[in-house]
Design a protein around this ligand. Structure first.
Ligand code: GUN
Ligand code: ZN
Length: 446
């Protein structure tokens, strides 16, 4: 009898993940209790899942002798990052000069999205996007496609070929945009329905109803989105909320019968669990309270808010108990980087401008387990606990000579993470694993 081949593999090195929410502890000095850190850890993987994680000296003796163990020296293994709001079709307009939201949409964004009527172009950009996510250590993303159904097929195909977990959907927009991007209530309904049937919860794909924002969606279209949501289980909703003051003014004029911007989405049943609203920069106390009560997800997109001059997200209010479900988003192409390290660094600066210094542990929580909870995906992703998908990354604390020099005298995990989010980007990502498979390696000798 021949022995069956050993399907287990393992990864060994320093590793960390969150077991609790560092925003929930009364005092910052207790945040370390929210983290599991192993200076010499082992992650055991089988069939794409983590079957065990913990100290290497405890777990190594439990493995069969022929188990392949990959060792990472002087690196830090952690759960893959989650980018909870971006627009893959906007990759080619990152860094477009001189406009704020509404003009930026008109002058740069809509023309770039019109090009996605070309299926080959959509496939090319979707492929580039997934590759860039991986080289930035992002293993899960929620992305807006365009109003063209083929743009959704292109992204789900590109993600599926890498086995990446993706939340995405066809943008719905039936007014206030160029003809080439507009749909109608009827076409948005039938196209979304077809895409849901084709992709929702197939493999690691999740469908998100994606009404662009209240400016570009008629009341009838939002009503239709609400009814589609009621007809299908576990669909996501992703949209934009209170990003820019002019936008808010325009929304108020377009929906004179609704109390405010948030009330529109509430009215059409588009909030609560599994809803992801980008921005929320200009919220009133009543809106904050409503978001907390309904558990509506917000996605803070700091590089975008700075780049478009939209305003400063109030992280302290968001996370004051009871905290809202929050995640971080690159919001590329208004955001200027796909790196969640850079995104965390920008979130820190925005909170500093409001007198609140966000600790690095909180930032990394928001990019991993916190985001997974906001996405209702924490049973699968967000930490390195046994039972979760083996989506993880390997960070390099000596990624550049300057980061290496900065970290030479540093021994604390918290400070190491802070320096990585302040100085790091894709250069600090040594490797990215999806479902236990190494799909990206900065240095092919890894
Ligand atoms: N609001 C509506 N559409 C968009 C978009 O594409 N990007 C951003 N940042 N805000 C939006
Ligand atoms: Zn956006």
């Amino acid at each position: 009898m021949t022995a069956s081949p050993n399907s287990k593999t393992a990864v060994r090195g320093a590793m960390m993940w969150f077991k609790a929410d560092p925003f929930s502890v009364p005092d910052d000095s207790q945040m370390a209790d929210c983290v599991t850190y192993e200076s010499d850890g082992l992650l055991v993987i089988e069939d794409g899942r983590i079957t065990a994680s913990g100290p290497a000296d405890v777990l190594l003796p439990t493995l069969a002798e022929d188990t392949a163990v990959t060792r990472f020296e002087n690196k830090l293994i952690m759960p893959g990052f989650i980018d909870a709001h971006n627009h893959y079709a906007q990759l080619q307009i990152i860094g477009s000069y001189g406009k704020q939201l509404l003009d930026w949409l008109k002058d740069y964004t809509f023309p770039a999205e019109e090009a996605f009527s070309d299926t080959a172009h959509a496939a090319e950009i979707a492929d580039l996007f997934c590759g860039e996510l991986l080289s930035n250590g992002t293993t899960t993303a929620a992305s807006f496609c365009t109003s063209h159904p083929a743009s959704v097929d292109a992204l789900f195909h590109a993600a599926s070929s890498r086995n990446m977990r993706i939340i995405a959907g066809k943008v719905m927009m039936d007014r206030n945009a160029p003809e080439g991007l507009l749909d109608t209530v009827e076409t948005a309904y039938s196209q979304s329905l077809e895409l849901i049937e084709r992709w929702h919860e197939k493999g690691r794909n999740h469908y998100a109803l994606t009404p662009r924002f209240a400016v570009s969606c008629s009341p009838e279209q939002l009503e239709m989105a609400g009814s589609l949501r009621r007809e299908h289980e576990r669909l996501y909703v992703q949209s934009h909320l209170s990003e820019n003051l002019e936008e808010i003014d325009q929304v108020q004029k377009l929906f004179p019968n609704r109390t405010d911007y948030l009330d529109i989405y509430n009215h059409y049943g588009l909030t609560g669990e599994r809803s992801l609203y980008g921005h929320g920069v200009h919220l009133t106390p009543a809106q904050w309270q409503d978001i907390k009560e309904r558990g509506t997800g917000l996605v803070h997109c700091p590089t975008s808010n700075l780049f478009l001059g939209s305003g400063l997200f109030d992280l302290k209010t968001a996370m004051k108990a009871p905290a809202i479900p929050l995640a971080l988003g690159s919001d590329v192409g208004a955001g200027t980087s796909l790196s969640m390290l850079t995104t965390m660094g920008a979130a820190y600066k925005i909170s500093q401008l409001q007198g609140y210094a966000m600790n690095a542990l909180k930032a990394f929580y928001l990019a991993t387990l916190g985001a997974a909870k906001t996405l209702s995906l924490d049973a699968y992703i967000g930490s390195l606990e046994a039972g979760k998908d083996a989506d993880f990354i390997v960070l390099d604390p000596s990624a550049t000579p300057l980061i290496k020099a900065r970290l030479e005298p540093v021994s604390s995990l918290e400070e190491t993470l802070f320096v990585l989010m302040t100085m790091g980007d894709d250069r600090a990502v040594a490797a990215t694993y999806i479902a236990g498979k190494k799909l990206y390696s900065k240095n092919s000798s890894n």
